[in-house]
Design a protein around this ligand. Structure first.
Ligand code: UDP
Ligand code: MG
Length: 324
């Protein structure tokens, strides 16, 4: 029988879980072993169920019953990866915080190296993916493209090929938790904090079980959130495009007037079509970009809470330890 930690645990591990029922047992085993090797019993494992439709919450509830180190957080519905993570990051209490995915693509055993780097003074140690096993060429290709595009568009430095797998200090987490924005691109927000952040290269494994919970639609939303959260360059590019076509329009107008003056006008069906198509499409493009930002502005002004917790489950020992 393990004993619950009184006061602040030295380490919190936060895991967002969406339909991960099959993998949670193995996740619990490997993460617990890695934690014990580092901090003995002074850790907590926060499993956030992001509105799963399979037996994920049932598995989490069982773990909570058997292991005082486990806290289950169930969200009211599927809020998405970044908000599920945000919920866990608000619930956790540890001095250091490890963020890791439920599918064991990122080895929990790297905790040892991460802890050592933090002992040496880092505030954030983030995993950088060298190889990505068991992922489709499509996933790897779009991911590579995304990180390179982001790098071009964003002024702060957001490390390439880096997920949310990272160890953070409490003071870095407090800054992150104080950011109220709705559209959260957490790895970018952590970069924004600054302080001493160090990369840790590793090989990303294939998923232990199940399949990706990031279909194309979610991936695109994630990418748009990332870019619009950190860059207004698309907005600026829209004005450049608009300016360029305005210039073309002036030249075309001059040409049309000169032709008219010289009585050289011909039935200009082609030119009319070209001009209206180009202008029409450009306007739509620019309106689309404006709409993205406007929509975000609108959502932010609502100041809604970021997530809704249905319930939090803790082992009775863990609750007693907190009261004591
Ligand atoms: N996830 C989540 N909510 C979602 C989608 C994913 O909490 O709506 C979790 C998922 O359970 C996993 C992590 O986010 O722990 C990363 O998802 P996944 O491994 O499917 O993404 P990939 O590694 O394929 O990019
Ligand atoms: Mg994964």
């Amino acid at each position: 029988m393990q004993h619950a930690v009184a006061g602040t645990p030295r380490l919190s591990v936060v895991v967002p879980c969406y339909n991960e029922a099959e993998g949670i047992g193995e996740l619990h085993r490997r993460v617990s072993a890695a934690c014990r090797a580092e901090v003995g019993e002074s850790y907590e494992l926060i499993l956030v169920d992001d509105g799963s439709r399979d037996g994920t919450w049932g598995r989490i509830a069982t773990l909570v019953r058997d292991d005082p180190a486990v806290t289950g957080v169930r969200l009211s519905r599927n809020h998405g990866h970044q908000l599920a993570l945000t919920a866990g990051l608000h619930v956790c209490r540890g001095e250091r915080i490890l963020i890791i995915d439920a599918d064991l693509q990122d080895p929990p055993e790297l905790l040892t190296t991460m802890m050592a780097r933090m002992d040496a003074g880092a505030d954030v140690v983030y995993g950088t993916r060298m190889a990505r096993d068991g992922e489709t060429w499509f996933k790897k290709g779009t991911a590579a493209l995304f990180y390179r595009l982001l790098d071009r568009l964003v002024d702060i430095e957001i490390p390439k090929d880096t997920g949310d797998f990272r160890l953070m200090s409490r003071r870095a987490l407090e800054v992150l938790n104080a950011m109220p924005e709705q559209h959260r691109f957490i790895r970018g927000m952590v970069s924004w904090i600054g302080l001493k952040q160090e990369p840790l290269p590793y090989d990303r494994q294939a998923r232990a079980v199940g399949e990706t919970k990031y279909p194309l639609g979610k991936m695109i939303r994630f990418a748009v959130d990332a870019i619009t959260s950190f860059s207004i360059k698309p907005l600026r590019a829209a004005s450049y495009v608009g300016f360029f076509f305005a210039l073309c329009a002036v030249l075309a107008l001059g040409y049309a007037l000169v032709s008219w003056a010289q009585h050289a006008t011909v039935p200009g069906w082609t030119s009319v079509m070209v001009v209206s198509l180009v202008l029409g499409s450009t306007q739509l493009l620019i309106l689309g970009v404006l709409g993205e930002y406007l929509g975000r502005l609108y959502m932010e002004t609502k100041q809604r809470p970021l997530f809704v917790v249905d319930r939090i489950a803790r082992h009775p020992d863990a609750i007693a330890a907190q009261v004591a």
